[in-house]
Design a protein around this ligand. Structure first.
Ligand SMILES: *[C@@H]1O[C@H](CO)[C@@H](O)[C@H](O)[C@H]1NC(C)=O
Ligand SMILES: *[C@@H]1O[C@H](CO)[C@@H](O)[C@H](O)[C@H]1NC(C)=O
Ligand SMILES: *[C@@H]1O[C@H](CO)[C@@H](O)[C@H](O)[C@H]1NC(C)=O
Ligand SMILES: *[C@@H]1O[C@H](CO)[C@@H](O)[C@H](O)[C@H]1NC(C)=O
Ligand SMILES: *[C@@H]1O[C@H](CO)[C@@H](O)[C@H](O)[C@H]1NC(C)=O
Ligand SMILES: *[C@@H]1O[C@H](CO)[C@@H](O)[C@H](O)[C@H]1NC(C)=O
Ligand SMILES: *[C@@H]1O[C@H](CO)[C@@H](O)[C@H](O)[C@H]1NC(C)=O
Ligand SMILES: *[C@@H]1O[C@H](CO)[C@@H](O)[C@H](O)[C@H]1NC(C)=O
Ligand SMILES: *[C@@H]1O[C@H](CO)[C@@H](O)[C@H](O)[C@H]1NC(C)=O
Length: 419
């Protein structure tokens, strides 16, 4: 298979992200855990690169009456909701031939959005005569319990059923249902996912080995919990990507933060920064700008895929600026190169349902401790579990369980002190 340095090509065929994320509303910014989904943020779709899978006549959309709570027998647990899944029989060799089933496990986004970006299953189906199944994650898209999104997201009582263990059980149940309906008892199942969805794929294989013969987990950070992976790893890799693309670009970015701080501390400094960066609304604090830039660099690295290679695009903008220009004008040239808009940084955007769902997940069990260590192109910002927990308590009224993932799914037993 053909892999880009960080992310398999097939997962993300396009994607131009706009600088708009997490700097609004209740998000504290620095404490937000980046989303991991194969598709992410606000996307300007390039029609040439989109898979036509989403609109293909070969896809059949179905709904499964899913159990609200798989893990206890209280009356309310028996409630159900309609869970969306999509099947493509075009390439399937049939139950009688024990032809396999490739099951894509949805991540933290509506299924129809992912379908436009995932070509891998379709591309593999031909060689394996496989049946393709795509299943949406609960609380995203059309798979919403409690009758409405508003009700489902009302408070921790209704959000409490929103976790990975329930999601994996949902997937296992739907796969068994499909096998039974098609009488495909001997068809091996391979579960496939990217990023958070890849974590679910590997965890499903661990927990339900009789359901899935194998899992393909792409870019799935299953060991980025507790202290198994150094918390600075993510931004070290982002830095490395930029440095590999261009040493001078890396240096410019590295030197820019203190310049921002210096200007911000001067009288009218924030309006100067607002002007330099052509912000949509005047900046009220310099962190709005710094978080937006940090997120832009991180997104560019996380989705640094062909044909655009956004890291190269940003660096070309920064390096291409007139030598005589000041450092922040160079940074701004990088911002414009990434996405040429009418204004930047603090756009008025409504929070997407996906952002809200992922925030609940990171504030309950998916506590991925991503901080910024020394020696990157960013200002250091260690992950502070205490303040993260406080932040989550304020938003949702319940405490995260940062150690549950390692307890429940396991970790390397030769990591002696992971807490
Ligand atoms: C699926 O794969 C086949 C064979 O590689 C290709 O011809 C077709 O265009 C693909 N369909 C979609 C919807 O991506
Ligand atoms: C599969 O095999 C069964 C039992 O031999 C047969 O009744 C059925 O028609 C076959 N199905 C197909 C699609 O060939
Ligand atoms: C996915 O579905 C939502 C709601 O039905 C719709 O607003 C959105 O445009 C769809 N996205 C894609 C890429 O099909
Ligand atoms: C959530 O809202 C429902 C209905 O308004 C209420 O009965 C329940 O106590 C609330 N739960 C929490 C944790 O606030
Ligand atoms: C760079 O800026 C200087 C001074 O403003 C100007 O004279 C020169 O033409 C510019 N060069 C380019 C390539 O734009
Ligand atoms: C950005 O878009 C404007 C208007 O379309 C255009 O004039 C300008 O050259 C573009 N800038 C860059 C750097 O592409
Ligand atoms: C945000 O949501 C409000 C209320 O639903 C709506 O009136 C407004 O147009 C939305 N703004 C944007 C930028 O989508
Ligand atoms: C980073 O540098 C600071 C100041 O030099 C030091 O106190 C801290 O221990 C360093 N952190 C790491 C993770 O090396
Ligand atoms: C972490 O955050 C807490 C609460 O905001 C604060 O009291 C503490 O000093 C912080 N720890 C570090 C190492 O910055």
């Amino acid at each position: 298979m053909n892999y880009s340095p960080k992310f398999p090509v097939k997962w993300v065929k396009f994607m131009v992200m706009i600088l708009s994320i997490v700097s609004t509303g209740i998000a504290a910014g620095w404490t937000d855990i980046p989303r991991l989904s194969p598709t992410r943020g606000i996307i300007m779709e390039d029609p040439d690169l989109l898979s036509s899978a989403a609109v293909s006549d070969d896809l059949q959309t179905c709904y499964y009456p899913q159990t609200l709570d798989h893990f206890n027998y209280q009356p309310q647990s028996y409630g159900t909701f309609q869970q969306r899944y999509v099947m493509n029989f075009k390439y399937w060799g049939g139950a009688n031939n024990s032809a396999p089933i490739l099951a894509y496990l949805g991540a933290e986004s509506p299924l129809n959005v992912s379908l436009t970006a995932i070509g891998f299953l379709n591309d593999s189906a031909v060689s394996f005569n496989a049946l393709l199944v795509y299943i949406e994650h609960r609380y995203y898209g059309k798979s919403i319990p409690f009758g409405s999104r508003e009700e489902a997201f009302k408070n921790a009582s209704t959000l409490g059923y929103f976790n990975s263990a329930q999601a994996i059980a949902d997937y296992a149940e739907i796969i068994m249902h499909i096998k039974s309906k098609l009488r495909a008892f001997y068809s091996p199942v391979i579960v496939v996912g990217g990023s958070y969805g890849g974590m679910l794929a590997s965890w499903l294989r661990l927990k339900y080995p009789h359901v899935a013969l194998g899992a393909l987990a792409s870019s799935a950070p299953i060991l980025y919990f507790d202290k198994i992976t150094p918390s600075g790893a993510y931004y070290s890799v982002v830095t490395k990507d930029f440095r590999e693309a261009s040493e001078s670009c890396y240096q410019t970015i590295r030197n820019s933060w203190s310049v921002i701080d210096k200007i911000a501390s001067q009288p009218n400094g924030l309006s100067t920064l607002s002007m330099i960066f052509n912000t949509c609304k005047p900046l009220t604090k310099s962190s709005e700008l710094k978080i937006a830039l940090k997120n832009m660099y991180a997104l560019a690295a996380q989705y640094n895929s062909p044909p655009r290679y956004p890291v190269t695009v940003i660096c070309r903008g920064i390096d291409g600026a007139n030598e005589t220009q000041d450092i922040l004008s160079k940074i701004f040239a990088g911002v414009v190169a990434y996405g040429n808009l009418s204004c930047y940084i603090n756009q008025q955007t409504n929070e997407s349902e996906t952002t809200e769902g992922w925030r609940w997940q990171t504030c309950s069990e998916m506590v991925i401790p991503i901080g910024i260590g020394n020696g990157t192109m960013f200002q250091p910002a260690p992950f502070n579990l205490t303040s993260f927990i406080q932040h989550c308590k304020t938003i949702f009224g319940v405490l995260p369980r940062p150690h549950w993932v390692t307890s429940y799914y396991g970790y390397k037993t030769y990591s002696p002190e992971i807490w």
